[in-house]
Design a protein around this ligand. Structure first.
Ligand SMILES: Cc1cc2nc3c(=O)[nH]c(=O)nc-3n(C[C@H](O)[C@H](O)[C@H](O)COP(=O)(O)O)c2cc1C
Length: 255
């Protein structure tokens, strides 16, 4: 557990947060999920466009299909709660159409804004849920096939699932993964003016070693250059090469 000199309930919640993928076989009442989402919908939203929607997915058949898309992650199938956080441009499109306009052939800014909106709501929901004793994990693997996810969830055009979230009453207490060096990531006034005094490469070396130590302490095999090796493998070749064309098919044209 990390500690902070300044303390508050929210700081403690954030400092202790860890992704949890195993849950008690105990339901989460709808009122709890609604309270979590109502609080989350108070998140700031760019130009007040509120370009997000959320689907609470309970149907086991739909859950199974989403789990298949997410490379078979069992928690997507089994978690007491699965939420799909959607970027949703339909209401904005309606407003534009009322004024005789349209979203246009490309919509990079609106695509980004709606994805950011959905992410802020997602993280807010996560924290609200944690404050009530729930824990969980976000599911980006739902973007393995944006078009198939949209088909399964019957999303209209101009809507895509940015990420999902499993929530439940925790049945595990994973050890926290270390984070990169704070001093190397906070810059004063201009990029490069960090407080750490280490070069980017040096601090990465320190983190590679810390993450390797963490993985070994939980019995997981790892290379010495743990983080570099892991992300190097995940991001080359580029993951989800069909993403751009799939998003365009959903009405999010990032050209
Ligand atoms: C947008 C997003 C998508 C993620 N997708 C997945 C996922 O599909 N499966 C999974 O097990 N974890 C997923 N994670 C969890 C990350 O792997 C996790 O946050 C990261 O390894 C750091 O670990 P921690 O959350 O325990 O600190 C996702 C996290 C985020 C923010």
């Amino acid at each position: 557990m990390q500690t902070s000199t300044l303390d508050s309930e929210t700081i403690r919640l954030l400092q202790n947060r860890v992704s949890v993928r195993a849950y008690e076989d105990r339901p989460v009442a709808d009122e709890i999920v609604d309270a979590v989402l109502k609080a989350a919908f108070r998140a700031p939203t760019s130009s007040n466009i509120q370009a997000y929607s959320v689907i609470k997915v309970r149907d086991p058949d739909i859950r199974g299909k989403l789990a298949d898309i997410a490379a078979g992650q069992a928690h997507v199938r089994n978690a007491p709660v699965f939420l799909a956080f959607l970027a949703d441009l339909t209401r904005l499109e309606t407003a534009l159409e009322k004024a005789g306009h349209d979203l246009g052939p490309t919509n990079l800014e609106m695509g980004l804004v709606s994805s950011i909106d959905a992410s802020l709501v997602g993280m807010s929901a996560y924290l609200a849920a944690e404050s009530l004793g729930l824990q969980g994990v976000m599911i980006g693997a739902i973007r393995n096939d944006v078009v198939e996810t949209a088909r399964v969830l019957e999303l209209p055009k101009r809507v895509y699932c940015v990420f999902g979230m499993c929530l439940g009453w925790p049945a595990e207490a994973p050890k926290q993964k270390p984070r990169m060096d704070f001093g190397a990531m906070v810059h004063d006034d201009r990029y490069g003016a960090t407080r750490g005094g280490k070069s980017g490469e040096e601090s990465l070396g320190v983190y590679d070693a810390a993450l390797a130590e963490h993985y070994r302490s939980i019995g997981k095999e790892t290379a010495d250059e743990s983080w570099s090796n892991e992300v190097g493998g995940k991001f080359y070749p580029q993951p989800r090469p069909a993403l751009r064309s799939q998003l365009a098919e959903r009405g999010f044209d990032f050209e």
